[in-house]
Write a protein that binds this ligand. Structure first.
Ligand code: MSP
Length: 647
């Protein structure tokens, strides 16, 4: 095999909150792919990082009481790095879009495009979706007038802006799609981009913003900052040396550049990004792969929905390999899949504890018991040996073929076919009977079992490095696993001594562990909510009278109060505003009993956007004063009818 250079990237994540299980998905996949390609002998450069500019980040920081967005972002970036460390993610570059080097290179890129005439100044009126950081025209909106990507409300904005001449690249992009069908995978996403965007025609793209300043300043017009997506996409270049390390850049920005991204951001990577690269005379990537989402209760895992699931407690309780195995095996890369605690725990039990763990422990135990811990040379062949050898030595080629298509799940399934075949071999050959009756036939059976496990350990090396190492240690194997060793039979030196070790995956009580998983996650969600919010500030950011006028405070009466079904510290309340009733979720529990609240008049923020608290939508906020542990409701001194405006 000829050695090649590969460049793989994950998306550059928004650090507007801690990364959750959904975010770890592409990072685990890309990391495994890197380890796999390196195992095959290739050279790989792997970039991940954080996309730190833009209105969304600025708003998130301000909402949590931070004047300078970096004060809010820095600890989240640190947590992300810690998470990658915990998951043993072997990235080569962690790019922060706020780094000086990156900002300088983005300015150079922007100036180059402007000097070439690909960027021009104009003015823009359109609909902006802040969560997606995307502009839309009216016909592109949904029937309800929402963002076509995320279905959230958009804002009409009109600004002086610079445009990128995206429309001029329409034909070239169509050629790219026609000449290189492999450019966008899976195929369904290519059809989607062609039908929904390219075939409908492309408009020029607004590439600067002037209504806020949390971004890279346009070097020749400081009223503008570079559009966050241009800034973020450029990370893929600057992380691998573009504009500052030519040798590195030339080595890896070559024939094998592949971006792995979630399906909702495919459009940016397969329309805007290749057009920008064409304008910069930089070769377009070989491929963009749009993977699916991890769903939780069949909804996309996301902070705004309130179903965040963090990976750290799972890794701490069950190990990196268990989480990696589940994510790569359970979900087909490219499709959505539902994460449930029960399916995770069940899979750990069935595939890791039962199939693999048992095979290892019974093999080592039998070698211990029947052959004094020594793997002896086999002498007498038997009925099932050939089949086992053939299946085991043929598997690595199949795994390699699946990995060419990024089919992690099917690659693991090929390995498990060997695991299951080997377990069957134990049942077929019944060593416990043979040991008594057939003399040295037992040596052959035990040798074959050890050999098969050796091949399994080689194949597992890039996927589950800890498990692979543990299997090798228990088999008494020396040296590093090499990929070619999985394709040949008979490499264990007779006389090798096995070392019985711990059970590699203890069986889990699904019900009990599922409950613990909920508890551990809830605790972390609450901890993070508190630590990402600045509470020691005496005065929050200054607001104008117009900002204040946006608030609608009203007197309301609490008519009903119940415990929140999924959160220990929350109540779900119904309030009467005179003209309507509403449901509000509030943290008054622990401070007021239900009886103390019902029939009480309170002040509510009436026009707060709905927010989902663990599955219950809240439509406002009840005001209260808090000092340390003490909390008291804000209310009105005189009796006044419900619905009255406060202000
Ligand atoms: N900052 C942009 C990407 C810029 S790349 C030049 C961004 N950031 S993000 O943090 O919102 O999302 C990063 C990635 O995480 C996306 O690919 C997104 O699809 C992925 N995921 C977020 N939630 C996810 C799941 N629940 N499941 C799988 N991936 C998901 O977009």
């Amino acid at each position: 095999m000829t050695k090649e250079n590969f460049y793989f990237t994950t998306p550059i994540f928004y650090p507007n909150d801690n990364l959750h299980l959904g975010h770890t998905y592409s990072t685990i996949a890309v990391d495994t792919l890197k380890k796999f390609k390196e195992f095959q002998g290739h050279d790989v450069f792997f970039t991940t990082g954080t996309d730190e500019h833009g209105e969304k980040l600025e708003e998130a920081a301000h909402e949590r009481g931070f004047q300078n967005p970096l004060d809010f972002i820095d600890p989240i970036v640190e947590d992300s790095k810690k998470l990658w460390e915990l998951l043993e993610i072997d990235y080569d570059s962690f790019i922060r879009s706020t780094s000086d080097q990156h900002e300088k290179n983005v300015q150079e890129i922007f100036t180059q495009l402007y000097d070439k005439g690909d960027i021009y100044k104009g003015s823009y009126e359109g609909y902006y979706c802040t969560p997606c950081e995307s502009f839309w025209t009216e016909p592109q909106l949904t029937e309800e007038g929402n963002c076509p990507d995320c279905n959230r409300p958009v804002e009409l904005k009109s600004e002086e802006t610079y445009f990128f001449k995206l429309s001029e690249y329409e034909d070239k992009l169509k050629d790219l799609y026609a000449d290189h069908p492999e450019f966008l995978k899976p195929d369904s996403r290519r059809h989607e981009m062609l039908n929904n965007f390219l075939d409908k025609g492309l408009d020029d793209l607004s590439v600067t913003r002037s209504s806020f300043d949390w971004g890279v300043p346009v070097p020749f017009d400081e009223d503008h900052v570079v559009y966050v997506w241009i800034d973020a996409l450029s990370c893929y270049l600057t992380a691998v040396g573009y504009g500052h390390d030519e040798e590195l850049f030339d080595k890896f920005w070559s024939d094998n550049v592949v971006h792995f991204v979630g399906k909702e951001i495919v459009r940016f990577h397969t329309i805007i990004w290749p057009a920008l690269l064409m304008a910069l005379d930089i070769p377009v990537p070989k491929q963009v792969f749009g993977h699916g989402w991890i769903l939780f209760d069949n909804e996309k895992m996301s902070k705004s929905i309130g179903n965040t699931y963090y990976p750290e407690p799972i890794i701490e309780a069950y190990g990196v390999d268990a989480l990696k195995y589940h994510l790569l095996r359970e979900f087909t890369f490219g499709h959505d899949g539902n994460f449930t605690r029960e399916s995770f725990l069940t899979r750990v039990n069935s595939d890791l504890a039962n199939d693999l763990g048992n095979l290892l422990s019974r093999t080592v135990s039998m070698i211990d018991q029947y052959n004094d811990s020594v793997i002896e040379a086999g002498a007498i062949n038997g009925e099932y040996d050939e089949d086992l050898k053939n299946i085991a030595t043929a598997a690595m080629d199949k795994v390699e073929a699946e990995m060419e298509e990024y089919q992690f799940s099917r690659a693991l399934e090929e390995i498990w076919k060997v695991v299951r075949r080997t377990n069957r071999y134990v049942d077929e050959t019944e060593p416990w009977i043979v040991s008594k009756e057939e003399g040295t036939r037992i040596d052959e059976i035990l040798y074959n079992l050890a050999e098969s496990l050796r091949i399994i350990s080689v194949m597992l090396t890039p996927f589950l490095p800890h498990t692979a190492k543990e299997i090798r240690a228990q088999l008494g194997l020396k040296g590093e696993a090499k990929i070619e060793d999985a394709k040949v039979w008979g490499l264990i030196e007779p006389g090798t001594k096995v070392q019985k070790g711990e059970i590699i995956f203890p069986r889990l009580d699904v019900k009990e562990e599922a409950e613990k998983m909920v508890e551990r996650n809830n605790t972390l969600v609450e901890e993070r909510m508190a630590s990402n919010t600045k509470v020691d500030e005496h005065v929050k950011l200054e607001i104008t009278i117009d900002d204040f006028a946006k608030l609608e405070l009203r007197v309301a009466k609490i008519t009903k109060c119940e415990d929140h079904p999924n959160a220990d510290r929350l109540y779900v309340l119904e309030i009467d505003l005179g003209y309507t009733t509403k449901t509000i979720v509030s943290g008054l529990k622990g401070h007021y009993t239900i009886d103390e609240l019902v029939d009480r008049k309170v002040i509510v923020v009436n026009n707060l956007a709905p927010h989902n608290f663990r599955g219950v939508e809240s439509n406002g906020m009840i005001l209260a004063a808090q000092a340390g542990e003490k909390l008291t409701l804000a209310t009105v001194a005189e009796d006044i009818e419900v619905g009255a405006i406060v202000g």
